[in-house]
Design a protein around this ligand. Structure first.
Ligand code: 2AM
Ligand code: CA
Length: 262
């Protein structure tokens, strides 16, 4: 690990924990939280904004020249070297009191994800990956499952409102026809962390933003899994689909989720 990347890795781990703890304080007092709307089925609260501010201000304090791309504030779309941040992924779950949400922080250098950190404050679980050095959950190495067949797999997917309903249904139909069990969990980042640690066997979403995906993509790859390259075709600016799974499921899942949208 280069010294500068090592410093960023440990700082991001600490910042993700603090950010998650702040999110969880809001989560325990939902009655006093006003929910605003950024669009259809797209809620936001002061919790999202304040957690994001905490992350950016702490990282800026340590690395004053770094760039940021973040869900609530936007920021610089710098491809060379940028922190990509989702303060609360799974906001719709969060505002309803469903404990499936997380903080997601990735660090990207020249189109490569170097660091991926996801923190789940509900379970006090920190998922961390460093490119080429593996992935951990609360400092213990983690691996994807050995799942070989869709008929023994649990595949999580979130079908948003931004792609065609038909292609989403088709993918679910294909998976069910092959006896997969499916889950719609509502946080892409946390579902990807759960693929990395073997609780799920795969995750698919036909269109997401970079802050939903990048940390989780590195976690899956560093835990021995396979994933599409979200950053291909200018994914950092345009968004992209994501498919991530155990290596043995790659072909079957690519076939099952092939759609006209992506
Ligand atoms: P969010 O919770 O940060 O909004 C599954 O719902 C996934 O899709 C989540 O990771 C969620 O991120 C994201 N998502 C939901 N609605 C979205 C929208 N309108 N635009 C972008 N991402 C969205
Ligand atoms: Ca998100």
């Amino acid at each position: 690990m280069s010294d500068t990347l090592t410093a960023r890795y440990w700082t991001a781990c600490a910042v993700a924990r603090s950010a998650g703890q702040l999110a969880y304080q809001y989560f325990q007092n939902l009655d006093s939280l006003t929910v605003e709307s950024k669009g259809i089925q797209n809620p936001v609260t002061i919790a999202d904004r304040n957690v994001e501010n905490l992350i950016i201000s702490r990282l800026t304090h340590c690395f004053p020249t770094d760039y940021f791309l973040a869900e609530e504030s936007g920021g610089e779309r710098c491809d060379d070297q940028v922190w990509v941040i989702d303060p609360i992924d799974g906001t719709a779950n969060f505002v309803r009191g469903l404990p499936y949400f997380c903080v997601s922080i990735a660090y990207v250098v020249n189109q490569e994800i170097k660091i991926g950190i996801i923190y789940d404050p509900s379970r006090d679980e920190l998922f961390a990956a460093f490119q080429g050095k593996g992935a951990t959950r609360n400092d213990q190495p983690m691996k994807v499952t050995h799942c070989q067949e869709l008929s023994s797999a649990i595949i999580a997917l979130d079908i948003g409102l931004r792609t065609s309903i038909e292609s989403g249904f088709k993918a679910v139909q294909n998976l069910m026809a092959q006896q997969s069990v499916t889950r719609h969990l509502g946080s892409a980042a946390l579902a990807l962390a759960h693929v990395a640690d073997g609780r799920l066997d795969g995750y698919w979403n036909p269109h997401l933003n970079p802050w939903d995906v990048l940390a989780g993509q590195l976690l899956v790859q560093e835990a021995g899994g396979w994933s599409t390259d979200f950053l291909a075709q200018d994914g950092i600016n345009k968004g992209n689909s994501i498919l991530a799974c155990t290596p043995a499921l790659q072909q079957a899942l690519q076939n099952a989720t092939k759609t006209s949208d992506c």
